[in-house]
Design a protein around this ligand. Structure first.
Ligand code: ADP
Ligand code: ADP
Length: 225
């Protein structure tokens, strides 16, 4: 099945006396191993789309499929279970745990899921090494550069082998060269692991690193060249 599919998704927000329709019958299918950049100006609805795809928000109409599972009619508890099983998130600010090393930060979500420390740390080392951080395994976040910290956050988001990786401006606070490295690493990992990734960014150069580019127009998802 598709890693994620939005079918006829509408999302409205109450604003003052009125209602605004941010998404109006939006459609988007994300295949495993595919990366999509979501490029749109501030206020267009990028975060809304990511939150709907990651089951953090509920559509007013339409259906969100994760790995083939329809989710709109599920209870909050069931949606949380599917999110934890299938979705990884990366944010602009990485929220790494300051007291823990890179390996421990990436191992922790797996240990919470029941993996032994040994197995979790082995996978953490593998992911971090793949992301070019083999020489930074025992460093704490404060000992890492901004780009390195974001790569640790990407490794952590992938630690539990999600079907879907969602990132909201993951390099928003990094310089252009570092951002390009992070996007390059992301694109490679998507192909290597078969995860599907949707990454919101303002930056068209970075977007060109992804397999597809989409934007939001009149509440719909539109493919860019
Ligand atoms: P982007 O991520 O592209 O900046 P958002 O998805 O955050 O856009 O927001 C899209 C629009 O929806 C904005 O106009 C914002 O003010 C509005 N919006 C977002 N969340 C809410 C909310 N919880 N209540 C009311 N309006 C909201
Ligand atoms: P946890 O397993 O830590 O309890 P959840 O399953 O609640 O986390 O959420 C999974 C991911 O979604 C986490 O990375 C968390 O940061 C993110 N998340 C949870 N709630 C929100 C929210 N309201 N807005 C943005 N991100 C959220």
């Amino acid at each position: 099945p598709a890693a994620m599919a939005l079918v006829g998704v509408t999302r409205r927000y109450r604003q003052g006396e009125g209602v605004i329709e941010i998404l109006k019958g939006a459609e988007l299918v994300l295949e495993p191993g595919q990366s999509v950049a979501l490029v749109a100006p501030s206020g267009a609805g990028k975060s809304t789309l990511l939150h709907l795809a990651g089951l953090l928000e509920h559509p007013d109409e339409g259906e969100v499929y994760i790995d083939g599972h329809p989710t709109a009619r599920l209870s909050d508890a069931e949606r949380t279970r599917i999110r934890r099983l299938h979705v990884g998130f990366v944010y602009q600010f990485h929220h790494l745990l300051a007291e823990f090393s890179a390996v421990e930060n990436v191992a922790l979500p797996q240990m919470i899921r029941g993996l032994s420390r040994k197995a979790a740390e082995a996978r953490a080392r593998e992911l971090l090494t793949y992301l070019g951080l083999g020489h930074r395994l025992t460093h704490r976040p404060s000992e890492l550069s901004g780009g390195e910290q974001q790569r640790v956050a990407i490794a952590r988001a992938l630690a539990n082998a999600p079907r879907l990786l969602l990132a909201d401006e993951p390099t928003g606070n990094l310089d252009p060269r570092t951002s390009d490295h992070v996007f390059g690493a992301l694109a490679e990992l998507v192909h290597a692991t078969g995860v599907a990734a949707m990454i919101a960014t303002h930056n068209l150069d970075l977007a060109s690193r992804m397999d597809r580019r989409v934007t939001l127009r009149d509440g719909r998802v539109v493919e860019l060249a």
